[in-house]
Design a protein around this ligand. Structure first.
Ligand code: CP
Ligand code: NVA
Length: 308
């Protein structure tokens, strides 16, 4: 049977996302009641991270342990990867030991190359282009808080980065309205935007004015102005992103009680005001917790072949 990978949210169908969301909630409920299940006993998950991580690394490692399996963090600097062993060889070797691999790196092509050669499922733990596990787990938080995603409006304010691109894919797959306000020159990936617009009948809109974008939104989402690898652009970006901060004034245009979400790490005072980040509408820590529960469902699904 053919293995499955999760390199992009579009590797999943709407039906599969719905099933995984349901499964995540069931797993979380059992865990909170104190039940332990070990469906991945004896299995190992490798984590090959070319960029730093707090949430993704720890939530995947803990998820694997709580499911009875074993995570192995592979700092590329301490493996032969950094010394130039090709991905084709590293992937073929590692997947003879491991039951799954999470890759965090720069180019989307790198995770695709891993998936091409790995006989075990490959999971995208963030690239410059996409962050599928994050948005899947964010959907879990939204379903818990709002009772579902049908009919909700999401507004994304800030950089047209990996988070924005993945939200565009989510909106197109699940057919909810999405408004994005990104400064000129910092727009999302045009190919992803064009594909989504084709599928979702124009429900994904680029709106230059952040105030207009958040109007009536049920979820207001933002992310850092300078992503990992863009640190040198930080100063310039701070200037260009002026007016794109999620603060109380902006939030007042959204639906009353709208959820404020951020994948974290946050820079309070830049993309989001401290007041909003710490305010009653912010769900960022529940959101961070759900990385653990949602990714358990992803691991079970990919590693146990239950989708076949
Ligand atoms: N949100 C997220 O992916 O966080 P980390 O960079 O800490 O993994
Ligand atoms: N856009 C951010 C997300 C971090 C989780 C980055 O790529 O650094």
């Amino acid at each position: 049977m053919k293995k499955r990978d999760l390199l992009s949210l579009t590797d999943l169908s709407r039906r599969e996302i719905d099933a995984l969301l349901k499964r995540s909630m069931a797993i979380k409920k059992r865990w909170k009641k104190g039940h332990a299940d070990y469906p991945l006993a004896g299995m190992s998950l490798g984590l090959v991270f070319d960029k730093p991580s707090t949430r993704t690394r720890v939530s995947f490692e803990v998820a694997m342990i709580q499911l009875g399996g074993h995570p192995i963090y592979l700092d590329p600097g301490t493996t032969q990867i950094k010394r130039g062993e090709p991905i084709a060889d590293s992937a073929r070797v590692l997947s003879r030991y491991l039951d799954g691999v999470v890759i965090r790196t720069f180019e989307q092509a790198t995770v695709e190359e891993w998936a091409r050669w790995s006989s075990a499922p490959v999971i995208n733990g963030l690239t410059d282009l996409l962050h599928p596990c994050q948005v899947f787990c964010d959907l879990l938080t939204i379903v818990e808080k709002l009772g579902g995603y049908k009919g909700m409006k999401v507004a994304y304010v800030g950089d047209g980065n990996n988070m924005a691109n993945t939200w565009i894919q989510a909106a197109s797959l699940l057919d909810f309205p999405l408004s994005l306000a990104c400064p000129e020159g910092y727009q999302p990936n045009p190919k992803i935007l064009a594909q989504a617009r084709q599928h979702s009948k124009g429900r994904t809109e680029m709106i230059p004015d952040p105030y207009q974008a958040v109007e009536g939104a049920d979820v207001v989402y933002t992310d850092v102005w300078a992503s990992m690898g863009q640190e040198k652009e930080s100063k310039e970006r701070k200037k260009r992103f002026k007016g794109f901060q999620v603060n109380s004034e902006l939030l007042s245009k959204a639906r009353k009680g709208a959820l404020v979400m951020h994948c974290l790490p946050a820079h309070a005072g830049e993309e989001i005001s401290a007041e909003v980040l710490e305010g009653p509408q912010s769900v960022v820590f529940d959101q961070a917790e759900n990385r653990l529960h949602g990714q358990k469902a992803i691991l079970e699904w990919l590693l146990k072949d239950i989708h076949r």
